[in-house]
Write a protein that binds this ligand. Structure first.
Ligand code: UDP
Length: 343
């Protein structure tokens, strides 16, 4: 299939592109390089040759996007491009409204104009907000009450697709979409071709590994008094290659009229302390960790009920051991201590 991937130079978009290329698909990657890395595109181009095209284009360039969808006769849109930092979204909400919400409106206007009829959306468990203890593990039926502009922006994107699907149904036009609600995505390509490089880095496992590498003197645990067994927050860390597999499967089964959402996680959680211990074990390096205040907006415990995606798509995380996830990231961080080279 011919797949247009937005955000194809980013962490998840590049890993998903790699998987789709390995499956024999053709990728048209668009990225404005505001957060993505041209070096990731270069790696993918080196692997796939003329089955991979990278275009530097912004989501707001509706006409250009329409032309790309038409000229490449795109079968499926995979929409990864988004700003994805909860804290940043609280400090700079309009950035999130502009990039994630207005950007997706523009992209879907292009989809509408070009007649692209299949969409896979990167959504997020942050659309659920802070579920109550009785709602853990989180199923797709858990009410979506986001508590950050980021989570809200992803929910708005889901709603745009829902509304578009409804309008097309009324008009008897074929359309289908799936929203994949990721939990915490971690790890890197186990062959070390692609990696994770956010600037600034805010995610737990990369911060642990930066500290192990000595790029930081120490790190902090944000909150040690949560109502969890060791007092630190619990999250569901899904390996990025398993997440890419979920995209490949979701794309493969989309039939006209399908409207679906799936949680993508491993179905169990690890605490912040467990991730730190894993990072020390895997790297063989001890590093300084300080206890710190809670980070605003962090729910104590989030992990997924993954029975729906297992049942419908036959998808199950192949990596559920935190050390294996951390190991794959460690290999990349060790070989790329400064991340992707600057262009
Ligand atoms: N965290 C931490 N120290 C750090 C970074 C993160 O204690 O330097 C905690 C954070 O408060 C949360 C968990 O690690 O409880 C996962 O955070 P991350 O930012 O990786 O993902 P999130 O769950 O916010 O999407």
């Amino acid at each position: 299939m011919r797949v247009l991937v937005t955000g194809g130079a980013g962490y998840i978009g590049s890993h998903a592109s790699l998987r789709l290329l390995e499956d024999g698909h053709e990728i048209i990657s668009i990225d404005n390089l505001s957060r993505g890395h041209a070096q990731a595109e270069a790696v993918l181009a080196g692997i796939a040759g003329d089955r991979y095209t990278a275009v530097h284009c912004d989501l707001h360039e509706t006409d250009r996007l329409t032309k790309l969808l038409l000229s490449h006769r795109v079968d499926v849109l995979m929409h990864f491009a988004a700003l994805a930092e909860v804290g940043e979204s609280v400090d700079h909400p309009l950035r999130y409204h502009y990039n994630n919400i207005a950007g997706t409106v523009s992209l879907l206007q292009a989809v509408d104009a070009a007649g692209t009829s299949r969409v896979v959306l990167s959504s997020s468990c942050s659309t659920y907000g802070e579920p109550e203890a009785g709602q853990i593990p989180i199923s797709e039926d858990t009410p979506q009450n986001p508590i950050s502009p980021y989570g809200d922006s992803k929910l708005q994107c889901e709603r745009m697709l829902r509304d578009l699907a409804e309008a097309y149904r009324q008009a008897d036009r074929p359309f289908s979409y799936v929203a994949l609600r990721y939990f915490n995505v971690a790890g890197c390509d186990r062959q070390t071709r692609l990696g994770e490089d956010h600037r600034p880095e805010t995610h737990l496992i990369p911060i642990c590994l930066h500290t192990a590498l000595g790029k930081r003197d120490k790190m902090a645990i944000f909150g040690t008094d949560y109502p969890t067994p060791d007092g630190t927050c619990i999250r569901d860390y899904v390996h990025v290659e398993d997440l890419a597999d979920a995209h490949a499967r979701a794309m493969g089964v989309l039939e006209p009229g399908d409207e679906q959402c799936y949680n993508v996680g491993i179905g169990k959680g690890f605490s912040v302390r467990e991730c730190i211990e894993s990072s020390k074990r895997v790297s063989g390096i001890d590093f300084q960790v300080d206890d710190a205040e809670r980070r605003p907006g962090d729910p104590p415990e989030l992990y997924a009920d993954v029975s729906k995606i297992e049942r419908d798509l036959g998808w199950k995380a192949s990596i559920t051991d935190i050390d294996e996830t951390v190991e794959s990231a460690w290999k990349w961080f060790k070989s790329h201590p400064d991340g992707w080279p600057e262009d």
